[in-house]
Write a protein that binds this ligand. Sequence first.
Ligand SMILES: *Cc1c(COP(=O)(O)O)cnc(C)c1O
Length: 384
Amino acid sequence: MQDKLNLMIPGPTPVPENVLSCMSKHPIGHRSGDFQEIVEKTTEQLKWLHQTTSDVLTITGSGTAAMEAGIINTLSKGDQVICGENGKFGERWVKVAKAYGLDVKVIKADWGQPLDPNQFKRVLEEDKNKKIKAVILTHSETSTGVLNDLKAINNEIKNHGEAISIVDCVTSIGACNIPMDEWGIDVIASGSQKGYMIPPGLSFVAMSKRAWDANALSDLPKFYLDLKQYLKTVNKNSNPFTPAINLYFGLEASLKMMKKEGLNNIFRRHARHQKATQEGIKAMGLNLFTKESFGSPAITAIQPENIDAEEIRKSMKNDFDILLAGGQDHLKGKIFRIGHLGFVNDRDIISVISALESTLDKMEKLKAPTGQGIAKTISVLNNE
Ligand SMILES: *Cc1c(COP(=O)(O)O)cnc(C)c1O
């Protein structure tokens, strides 16, 4: 039987019934008082989610739009930037920076490994003339399930004194603690179809005071993504263009749910699910692609030995209607990824681990006794 899809990919993520029903009505006028109220409320709650008093702006567009906006609104042609690259999304920000004529220096780590804060330290300390204007990086690298050490890297950026930080937090915001003001992060970009629990179509850019200072000097071309326009209108609880109004209905409902659960509970839930997934995977004899110590709270990547990862994914979809993510580029067929981001509960984790064990059993590839994986998962869930 189909039509009982369980989305366990790192975006789009499952959407709560309540959020869906809030969205399924006629749009209202985007210049109306009713809509202004929604903008006011959601803007306030977005600041709460980002743990900031800075501006958080909402754009109609996917997460990439938010990230591109962060880059083009703070930099000028020929500016030197450092990009951290240890996966598919890191690669994307290098491409965006180059597309706008920035002078890009790349700090790399192998896919599956975290970026090394010391490398950032070295390059930033060598820059005596303060030529580097920004450091662009991905916090949770979704393609490999690596959580980069944002706090440590951001400290190096602050020590530099001139460069700002522009961070893709698309699969970390709403999954783990990112106190924007306390850590002094300048730009945070994210997208609705991830931790926000609503469908794709909205994205968010948080801008610190330093980011706005940089904006005053920025000469890169922009129109739809000109954040000054968004700032001007958000201060009147409005939007420069026609926004995805129905997604705002969803955003209002989902932020209310998040507020009710509380930030610490949200982070704890993600950490528990991450651990229950990792431990279940290991107990059934599969290998984690990414070491637990730097695994992402949003996604766990698995590297099965002597089995085509795509075969596992296909069976999981056919037999259980559970959608897992595959490997990208050179990792295709080598890894698969389980998303545990956003609207995920213990039932989802228990079912994905047991379905995976059942799938391997059917393929006669299960290395451990049947049930050992799920037993471990249950034990983590009941004791954490
Ligand atoms: C999903 C995702 C994005 C945004 O991609 P869009 O398709 O533009 O929404 C950016 N960065 C990371 C790490 C992601 O996981």
